[in-house]
Design a protein around this ligand. Structure first.
Ligand code: ADP
Ligand code: MG
Length: 278
């Protein structure tokens, strides 16, 4: 066997898949440009590393199940002045992931809650963290099913593994007692270990109704909010902006958005349950 063939064989056995496509080219280049052994090797390994990074990124992106790719860079801040752009950009530095802090986006439909949740999840994925997107409805149906089929532990692991768990559209449907208890278990298990990014059109004051049980609602909120950033968004629906411009639609009076009195967004500090913030 020729030495080059042997190198290819060894390379494959080592799992260096991407270096193979450029090996001959790099060898030619090295001899033309009089590269040192180290320079040649460094260049070749760089190709492999880069390709591997991209493969892993794609895999993490697939696993995250984002319903659409939404980027922070595509968010029109001027349309939604109640959002503190700097706060969101600072969240995008991902300190919240390292600290296992939660983020809650609250506000009426169409104001960009899911967009911002996904774009922060995307940043986490791009930085090498695992993320998972699921609607509250699906999550709880899934956990409830697993519970009844006696395979809750295994299913729970799916939602415990990712550093960032995005639970979208919380509070649209009232929950059964079992679902509330299961969600409490999930929140407890992830507490101080992984971040939630949660979106909801309900203020904290209404969570008791959603859960059907104020005691469980309080216990869940207590853990969720202990280390958290709460972003209250109030404003018009982006979905309806063109219709509004055309005069087809006028916004109904939206009641004061839950969770803060001053408008805009705020961070809940690192201690205390903050259940009385509304
Ligand atoms: P919500 O989850 O609050 O109901 P979404 O995040 O789903 O709203 O936003 C609705 C649609 O409008 C999405 O396609 C989203 O990308 C887009 N969108 C919302 N707000 C903005 C914004 N400020 N700039 C750009 N696109 C936006
Ligand atoms: Mg949404």
């Amino acid at each position: 066997m020729f030495p080059l063939e042997q190198v290819h064989q060894q390379r494959e056995m080592l799992g260096l898949l991407d270096a193979g496509a450029v090996l001959e080219n790099r060898l030619d280049q090295a001899s033309h440009e009089n590269l040192s052994y180290v320079e040649f090797l460094q260049g070749l390994l760089q190709v492999e590393l880069q390709a591997r990074r991209e493969r892993y990124l794609k895999a993490r992106l697939r696993l995250a199940h984002f319903p659409a790719i939404k980027r922070l860079e595509d968010f029109d801040w001027t349309f939604q002045p109640s959002i503190d752009m700097r706060q969101i950009q600072s969240l995008a530095s991902l300190a919240f992931v390292a600290e296992a802090t939660n983020i809650l986006f609250l506000g009426p439909p169409g104001v960009g809650k899911s967009h911002l949740a996904i774009s922060l999840g995307l940043k986490a994925v791009e930085a090498g963290f695992g993320a998972y997107f699921v609607t509250a409805d699906r999550l709880l149906q899934d956990l409830e099913k697993a519970y009844h089929e006696h395979r809750l532990d295994r299913r729970m692991r799916v939602y415990l593994a990712p550093k960032v768990l995005i639970v979208d559209e919380f509070g649209y449907l009232p929950l059964s007692r079992v679902a509330a208890t299961l969600f409490f278990q999930l929140v407890s298990a992830r507490y101080e270990r992984g971040s939630f990014i949660l979106t909801s059109n309900k203020g904290f004051a209404d969570w008791g109704d959603v859960w059907g049980d104020p005691v469980i609602a309080t216990a869940i909120l207590d853990r969720l909010l202990h280390h958290s950033h709460v972003v209250n968004i109030r404003g018009d629906s982006y979905r309806l902006k063109d219709k509004k411009r055309a005069g087809v639609w006028t916004a109904p009076a939206i009641p004061a958005s839950p969770g803060d009195s001053a408008g805009g967004s705020n961070s809940v500090g690192a201690s205390g349950s903050n259940l009385d913030r509304r």
